[in-house]
Design a protein around this ligand. Structure first.
Ligand code: SF4
Length: 226
């Protein structure tokens, strides 16, 4: 049976975007080549934070774990999940009758059958136009007061009415310049722009499941580079 390198899998609820607040089973794949300076999942790639060993898990076992929960859907995230061929995983999840959602930077071809795709562009390798066009929602991480103006020319030609969430990068979540930039953009532009947040972090809900690994330092660490 096909297996994938999995950093963690756990039952929680979706803390971001259109499906915020719904019970969800999360599968976080291992590995990411994008190396964002504020990565909040550095355990999936950063040499200082990767675990001693990473399990390869059969896709059927991952689906079976999800089935044991009250999850409304399964979220495949990373790392950057699309560096893996996700077709066997989405097939296994379909067999248990749950929709599969994908969270991706959109930089690579998407291999798998997903019922919802969230593209969160990253500067290291901006998303493929076809991934932006087919995304159900877009999540821009707002690092500073200039982020929105920098990203919009890159993504606006490919928008087709899907929501565009403006999330403060977590280490900047109390930076008034970042929060004001988001508020002004939403008020001046209206739809499809929406102010976003990572509500699950306030609740610390992921940590309630033993399948979740402890969170690594988040964002803005000058020496470590994330
Ligand atoms: S934030 Fe996402 S895309 Fe960026 S380095 Fe971390 S896992 Fe990779």
């Amino acid at each position: 049976m096909t297996s994938l390198a999995i950093y963690e899998s756990f039952f929680s609820w979706q803390g971001e975007g259109y499906h915020m607040g719904k019970a969800a089973f999360f599968i976080r794949t291992f590995g990411c080549p994008l190396q964002c300076p504020w990565c909040d999942s550095a355990g999936t790639w950063h040499p200082d934070w990767v675990p001693d060993s990473v399990e390869r898990m059969p896709v059927g076992e991952l689906a079976a774990r999800a089935k044991m929960t009250k999850a409304e859907f399964v979220v495949v995230t990373g790392g950057e999940p699309t560096i893996h061929d996700l077709r066997p995983l989405t097939k296994a999840i379909a067999l248990i009758g749950l929709p599969t959602h994908l969270e991706t930077a959109g930089s690579f071809e998407i291999r798998g059958d997903f019922q919802w795709v969230t593209v969160s562009p990253k500067w290291a390798k901006p998303p493929l136009p076809e991934n932006l066009q087919s995304a159900n929602e877009i999540k821009l991480i707002i690092e500073n007061e200039h982020s929105i103006d920098c990203w919009l020319p890159k993504i606006e030609p490919y928008l087709s009415g899907q929501p565009v969430w403006l999330h403060p990068e977590w280490s900047q979540r109390a930076n008034p310049r970042v929060l004001s930039a988001i508020s002004i953009a939403v008020k001046q532009r209206g739809s499809p722009f929406r102010a976003g947040y990572q509500l699950h972090r306030i609740f610390n809900v992921d940590a309630l499941d033993t399948g979740a690994r402890p969170t690594v330092p988040i964002g803005g660490h000058q020496r470590l580079g994330f």
